[in-house]
Design a protein around this ligand. Structure first.
Ligand code: NDP
Length: 327
């Protein structure tokens, strides 16, 4: 038996969530079985656990879109027992049992090795949010947004993606402008490396198709009007990476930023991201992460706490990243 967060749906459609003891022979198909050491609480996991978003595609489901741990059994050529591995995405925690459990069984093709410089715990302090932040940063780099081009904006700054993005960008020498709805987090954000703080409300009401040209790059986790306003205030040739919908899923913009300022909008998806990009992201994270800042932005909870913490995360009450320790 292993312990897991289990989401169930009754015949009348009501969702319930509890910690359950699950027989190991019920683990899903896969050629690698992992003893999970750490998982995390991501935005998507919180939507799944609370039922506030349609994340779970089949029931019963163990949520958790990421985990790190040690291979117990493997029929996959790349991973021997004892190997330290990370999983991000691939529908795990949505349609395949996920990481908020002591055990997981997945396809070895989905796994990446833990970089030698990182502990398994650190990989989950980074988690899918941090790996997505790195995908955004590397997309800006591929589009030639170098630090000399101008400031880079990060929305949802005090959240998981935002916090790691600020840390990475500042480490790379960018002038980072953090957009937050929590002005009380100013000291936290400047501690991570933000040079300026802007209020979320400056971006959250519908604006003009083009605003004053300010930013060379942007990492946007918000979507909606905020993303539209970010696009409208990009400098000529600026690049926006869009990875989230913390505000909403709409995109009420015009083509003006794209056809008059040559702005580029780059979509970032961590779930089906090809393996070479994942490996590059994890290699970049291993090189750039500041262990002390990472630890400072992380709160630690147990599997039992995960259900309650999910609602707090969606209510914007949690700062940075949440690591879930397995019993
Ligand atoms: P968090 O909940 O940790 O952070 C989200 C942050 O967004 C909050 O901390 C808050 O920051 C800000 N925020 C909250 N509500 C609103 C709102 N109504 N309008 C604008 N900003 C808001 O989540 P994550 O950082 O883990 O994820 C952020 C987004 O990125 C989510 O939408 C998630 O689904 C998405 N995501 C996408 C991935 C992909 O593959 N594309 C992978 C991982 C995440 P503050 O208080 O500083 O304003």
């Amino acid at each position: 038996m292993f312990k897991a967060v289990m989401i169930e749906k009754s015949a009348d459609g009501t969702q319930s969530v509890a910690i359950r003891d699950v027989p190991e022979d019920q683990l899903p198909e896969g050629d690698v079985t992992v003893r999970v050491e750490y998982s995390t609480l991501n935005y998507k996991d919180a939507l799944a656990i609370t039922g506030r978003g349609p994340i779970v595609r089949s029931f019963p489901m163990i949520p958790g879109v990421d985990f790190a741990g040690v291979v117990e059994n493997s029929q996959h050529p790349d991973f021997a027992p004892g190997a330290r591995v990370i999983l991000n995405g691939w529908g795990v925690g949505e349609k395949h049992w996920g990481g908020l459990a002591q055990k997981a069984r997945v396809s070895g093709d989905w796994l990446v090795p833990v970089p030698a410089q990182l502990t398994t715990r650190q990989t989950m302090e980074i988690g899918t949010a941090g790996y997505t932040a790195m995908l955004c940063v590397q997309a800006l780099q591929r589009e030639d947004v170098t630090p000399d081009k101008g400031p880079v904006l990060v929305t949802g700054a005090a959240g998981g993606v935002g916090s790691v993005a600020i840390m990475l960008l500042s480490r790379l020498g960018y002038h980072v402008v953090a957009v937050t709805g929590r002005p009380e987090e100013e000291a936290y954000l400047t501690g991570l490396g933000a040079s300026e703080i802007r209020a979320r409300q400056d971006f959250s009401t519908p604006g003009k198709p083009l605003d004053k040209a300010r930013w060379a790059g942007a990492v946007d986790v918000a979507g909606g009007v905020i993303l539209a306003n970010v696009c409208a205030s990009m400098a000529y040739g600026g690049v926006v990476t869009a990875c989230g919908l913390a505000s909403d899923m709409s995109f009420p913009s015009t083509v003006a930023p794209f056809i008059l300022r040559g702005v580029t909008l780059v979509g970032i998806d961590s779930v089906m991201c090809p393996k070479h990009r994942r490996l590059a992201a994890w290699a970049g994270l291993a090189e750039l992460i500041d262990a002390a800042k990472l630890a400072a932005m992380t709160s630690d909870i147990t599997l039992d706490d995960a259900i309650e913490a999910a609602a707090s995360l969606l209510d914007g009450k949690i700062r940075g990243r949440v690591v879930v320790r397995m019993p």
